[in-house]
Structures are given as structure tokens and as C-alpha cells.
Design a protein around this ligand. Structure first.
Ligand SMILES: CC(=O)N[C@H]1[C@@H](OP(=O)(O)OP(=O)(O)OC[C@H]2O[C@@H](n3ccc(=O)[nH]c3=O)[C@H](O)[C@@H]2O)O[C@H](CO)[C@@H](O)[C@@H]1O[C@H](C)C(=O)N[C@@H](C)C(=O)N[C@H](CCC(=O)O)C(=O)O
Ligand SMILES: Nc1ncnc2c1ncn2[C@@H]1O[C@H](COP(=O)(O)OP(=O)(O)OP(=O)(O)O)[C@@H](O)[C@H]1O
Ligand SMILES: N[C@H](CCC[C@H](N)C(=O)O)C(=O)O
Ligand SMILES: [Mg+2]
Length: 486
């Protein structure tokens, strides 16, 4: 695409005399290739304008910036490059999200799980699926590594384009609050927006819970304000979560609800836990069906209801939906059992917020016959206020809490542990800063009937300490220790 054609997407922009062919859009000078348009973004840590010169030396054919720059290729000045980047990405990659059904999922907990449930149902119904989230981006069966849960607009639109090229019909993605306020999803033409739940997290970034809620509400507000009958939009809300009221108010889309406690369009009644999982009666707007899950925990029922409602709205027959959901064994690193032939239960889980930790521990309490060991830490450079709360939940709901490190990043691991300890004065707990030693402590002491919950890192295969990323996989570490003990 030539530069002038591309720039026509931006109103009131001065077209330069030169009109080079643009081969790629790039916002990181290290990724510039011959003929690309380099977009300078003022980030939270560095100002991308600093790298324009280097980008040109590497072959950038033009630069998009917020002020004039002294480089020997055309410089196009716009008020806000991040905003312009989303618009240009949409045009450059030929509006890929208009060519597929796009489902966006937001909420504090359950996004990764729910997105995988929806993907499984869609696949069972014969749809060609794409998935974007915390663990990876996925095009049918091919997985692509990713840094963010919701990537920047360039990465997103480029990935959607690859999905369109692979005839993906349905893409399901996690939409983080960071992405919503930073405009990473501007240009995403969502058909269905799903809300899981809202509880405390990320207050380091959003400052107040109200601001965090507002960030999440953007997904619903951005569903659009016109009623195109050939392209209807839907919001799927959790009626048991008070934030849903606000989300309903901000959207013009059709609203459908799911719930366990409140009256809703999709409900789970008579939930019973059994040795193999759970069962419940699903109530939909037109029929009732029995559902038998291999998953456990009330929180899992919420995720399943959200997935069922989404698939139902996406016109998948209820029989196909239930067959698919009943087959799901679980999602990697989410309440995942580690089995090495031991007499006690070991679970690796991604609970890293107060609410998820509470939910998971309460679920463990339902089947633990004896003690509950919980190995838990809090991430560095993240919401400090959740640390004492999580520590307190661990002490209240587990018999043997062990506080340790979880991705300390730039912070002193001992300082993070001190923040946790501030919430549990006078309570019984153990502090073992080294995560491996903490897991070892629990595995060495667990006996028949006990449960060891290793929380916070789930699928992660690394530990971020300072600038270093070292290999560390809770599941592998635990399995080796279980085997050594035998
Ligand atoms: C705090 C935050 O949200 N940061 C995000 C932000 O980075 P930033 O503004 O600091 O960018 P920057 O490093 O200053 O760079 C500015 C510009 O200079 C460019 N640059 C930079 C360096 C260089 O050598 N050359 C160069 O060209 C960069 O490509 C960029 O265009 O924009 C980047 C691109 O979109 C994100 O990757 C980055 O996420 C960082 C890695 C991060 O840790 N974010 C977390 C907090 C986050 O977003 N988490 C949510 C999930 C939360 C949840 O699951 O609940 C997520 O969606 O991942
Ligand atoms: N609906 C739910 N409500 C509360 N807790 C949940 C729910 N679903 C999952 N959890 C807990 O939260 C953890 C994280 O789940 P999941 O990865 O699906 O959430 P997420 O929203 O994608 O998280 P992230 O924001 O880090 O990407 C799980 O390991 C489990 O402990
Ligand atoms: N998406 C979350 C993941 C947290 C996982 C936990 N292991 C940590 O590093 O704090 C975040 O970036 O806040
Ligand atoms: Mg996730």
C-alpha cells in the first residue's frame, strides 16, 4: 500500500510530496525493515521519537510522529500517534475484524479460562478459531508467543489479518483493562463482549476501583451505538456482579445475562459437586438441560455459564455446546492437578488476586480431608495493596500458609513479603522467600488427605527476578519433588 493511500484514513493530515510504497507498519525501531512506516509512540517508559533516526537508518521509508523530526524521509505529524496507529493498522491490514466474528472478554478473573471454553465449543461446532490472551495467540492450532494479555493495536491487527488469511471464522480474545485505556483495541469490531467479574487488582495502574471499573466498561461502550440488523452486537453480563449494572447502562447492544444467584437469561440451578466434577441444571431462555462438568468450583460454573451464553448467542446448537463443555478437562495452569502417584493432592493454579485466591481455597476446602498447604507470593511492580489482603485470605482459608516469591521483577522480594506480612499479624504462617524451597517445604510435609495448592503462576514457565527471566515451572518443580520423595 502506498503512503498516500494509507494516510487517507487520517483526516486533515498534510500529505508529503513523496509517496513511497509502505511494506510494513512498525513501532519498535529494532523491528524496522526496508520500506516500513516507523510510528513514534510516547510510552510510559521511553519516548519512541528517540528512535526515529535509527529506524530511518534501518530502512524506514517514512515516519509518523507528534512533532517535526530531522530525518531524511517524509515525516507525517499527527496529534496522537498511538491513536493514529490503531486507525492505520486497521486500514493496512484491510479491516480484518470485519471479516470474522470477534468475541472480547473482560473482567478481573476467568478471562483465560472462559476464552478457552468458548474456543473449545466453537471448534466442536466446526468453526475455524483464533484466540488471543495471556498464554499465547493461536490461529487454529498454531500458537504464537505473546508479551501482553492484549497486545498493542499493530500486533493485534496484524494477527487478525493472519487469521483472515487462514479463514478463521471466529476469534475469541481477552481484553485487559490496560489495553482498554491505552486504546490497544481501538478498531476491533467486536460482535460479542463478555464480562466475567470485577474485584480488586491493578490499583497500581488505575489508582481507584472506580477507575478500574470505568476501564472495563469501555469494552461495552465501544460495542457501537447504531443498530445494524445484519451485524448485531451483544453484551453478555454476569448478573451476580454489581458492575454489570454500569456496563448495561453504557452499551447500546443487546444485553443478555448469566448468573447463579440472581435471575438471569442463563442460569445454573441445583449445583452439585461430585467426585468427578460438578453437575447443574442449565436454564436458557427457551429450555433446560442437565450439564455434567469435569471442572470444579463455583467460579468454574460462572465461566461455563459465560461460555454457554456466548456460544448460544453465536447460534451454536445447545446440544453441541453441552457436549463440548462436558469434555473440557481444564485449562493449563488453572486448578491443574499434578499427579506423580503421591497420596496427597497437588494443585497448580493462577490465582494472583484476592478474589481468585479466596475462590480457589474455598473450593479446596470442599474436598480437602486434612490440611491445606498454600504456597503463595505476590508479583513485584504490581498492585501493592492486594498483598496484605491475599496473605490474610491464605491464613484464613488454609491450615499451612507459606509465603514466597512470585515474579519480584524490580522489587526486593523481602520487601514484597513484608507487605504481605503486614496483613497477618498474630497468625500462623511460614516465610520462605525462595519459591523452590517453599514448594519443597510443602511437598515434604504433605500426607494422605492433605492438599498442596501452589498459587499465582499457573502456566508460567519462568520467574522474573530483576531484569532476569529464569526457567521456573511450578508443575515441573512439584512433579520432580513428588518423584524424589517416593
Ligand atoms: C504499563 C504498560 O501497560 N506498558 C505497556 C506499554 O509500554 P510502554 O508505554 O512502557 O512502552 P515503552 O517501553 O515506553 O515504549 C514506547 C515506544 O518506544 C518503542 N521503543 C522502545 C524501546 C526501544 O528500544 N525501541 C523502541 O522503538 C516501543 O516499541 C514503543 O512504541 O505499551 C506496550 C505496547 O503496547 C506494552 O507491551 C506494555 O506492557 C508492559 C510489558 C506490561 O507489563 N504491561 C502490563 C501491566 C499489562 O499491560 N498487563 C495486561 C494484563 C493484565 C491482566 O491480565 O490482568 C496486558 O494486557 O498484558
Ligand atoms: N470466574 C472466576 N471467578 C473468580 N476466580 C476465578 C474465576 N475463574 C478463574 N478464577 C481464578 O482466577 C485464576 C486466573 O484465571 P484466568 O487465568 O482464567 O483469569 P484471567 O482473567 O485470564 O487472569 P489474567 O488477568 O491474569 O489474565 C484461576 O487460576 C482461578 O484461580
Ligand atoms: N496479568 C497479570 C498476571 C500476574 C501473574 C503473577 N504471577 C504476577 O507476576 O504478578 C499481571 O500482569 O498483573
Ligand atoms: Mg488471562
Amino acid at each position: 500500500m502506498n503512503l498516500h493511500t494509507l494516510l487517507r484514513a487520517l483526516p486533515l493530515v498534510n500529505l508529503p510530496k513523496e509517496n513511497p510504497e509502505i511494506t510494513e507498519l512498525v513501532q519498535d525501531n529494532r523491528k524496522v525493515t526496508e520500506g516500513s512506516l516507523f510510528i513514534c509512540i510516547k510510552g510510559l517508559t521511553v519516548d519512541g521519537h528517540r528512535f526515529a533516526e535509527e529506524a530511518v537508518q534501518k530502512g524506514a521509508a517514512a515516519v509518523l510522529a507528534e512533532h517535526e523530526l530531522d530525518v531524511n524521509v517524509p515525516v507525517i505529524v499527527v496529534k496522537n500517534t498511538k491513536r493514529a496507529m490503531a486507525i492505520l493498522a486497521d486500514v493496512f491490514y484491510e479491516q480484518p475484524t470485519r471479516k470474522m466474528q470477534l468475541v472480547g472478554i473482560t473482567g478481573t478473573n476467568g478471562k483465560t479460562t472462559t476464552s478457552h471454553l468458548i474456543e473449545q465449543i466453537f471448534r466442536s461446532a466446526g468453526r475455524r478459531t483464533g484466540l488471543i490472551g495471556t498464554m499465547y495467540m493461536k490461529i487454529i492450532d498454531q500458537t504464537i508467543e505473546t508479551k501482553n494479555t492484549t497486545p498493542d493495536s499493530l500486533t493485534l491487527q496484524h494477527t487478525f489479518k493472519k487469521m483472515v488469511d487462514e479463514q478463521v471464522s471466529d476469534c475469541v480474545m481477552e481484553v485487559s483493562s490496560h489495553a482498554l485505556v491505552q486504546g490497544r483495541v481501538h478498531g476491533c469490531d467486536y460482535d460479542i463482549a463478555v464480562f466475567t467479574n470485577l474485584t480488586q487488582d491493578h490499583l497500581d495502574y488505575h489508582k481507584t476501583f472506580a477507575e478500574y471499573r470505568r476501564a472495563k466498561s469501555l469494552l461495552f461502550a465501544q460495542l457501537g451505538n447504531s443498530f445494524d440488523q445484519s451485524h448485531p452486537k451483544y453484551a453478555i453480563l454476569n448478573a451476580d456482579d454489581p458492575a454489570s449494572k454500569e456496563f448495561e447502562e453504557v452499551t447500546a447492544a443487546h444485553v443478555f445475562t448469566y448468573a447463579i444467584e440472581q435471575k438471569a437469561d442463563f442460569m445454573a440451578k441445583n449445583i452439585v459437586m461430585n467426585p468427578h466434577g460438578m453437575s447443574f441444571t442449565l436454564v436458557t431462555p427457551f429450555e433446560e438441560q442437565q450439564v455434567n462438568l469435569k471442572l470444579i468450583g463455583k467460579f468454574s460454573v460462572y465461566n461455563v455459564l459465560a461460555a454457554i451464553a456466548t456460544a448460544y448467542i453465536a447460534n451454536i446448537p445447545l446440544r453441541t455446546i453441552i457436549e463440548a463443555i462436558e469434555k473440557v478437562e481444564g485449562v493449563r495452569g488453572r486448578f491443574e492437578t499434578v499427579r506423580g502417584g503421591q497420596q496427597f493432592t497437588v494443585i497448580v493454579d493462577y490465582a494472583h488476586t484476592p478474589d481468585s485466591l479466596e475462590n480457589v481455597l474455598k473450593t479446596v476446602q470442599q474436598f480437602a480431608e486434612k490440611r491445606i498447604f498454600v504456597v503463595i507470593g505476590c508479583g513485584g511492580d504490581r498492585d501493592k495493596t492486594k498483598r496484605p489482603i491475599m496473605a490474610n485470605i491464605a491464613c484464613q482459608l488454609a491450615t499451612d500458609p507459606i509465603f514466597t516469591s512470585d515474579n519480584p521483577r524490580s522489587e526486593d522480594p523481602l520487601a514484597i513479603l513484608r507487605d504481605m506480612e503486614a496483613g497477618v499479624e498474630g497468625k500462623q504462617y511460614k516465610v520462605i522467600p525462595d519459591r523452590k524451597e517453599a514448594i519443597q517445604y510443602a511437598i515434604d510435609r504433605a500426607e494422605e488427605g492433605d492438599v498442596v495448592l501452589i498459587a499465582g503462576k499457573g502456566h508460567e514457565t519462568y520467574q522474573i527476578i530483576g531484569e532476569n527471566v529464569i526457567d521456573f515451572d511450578d508443575r515441573q518443580v512439584a512433579l520432580e519433588m513428588i518423584k524424589e520423595r517416593q
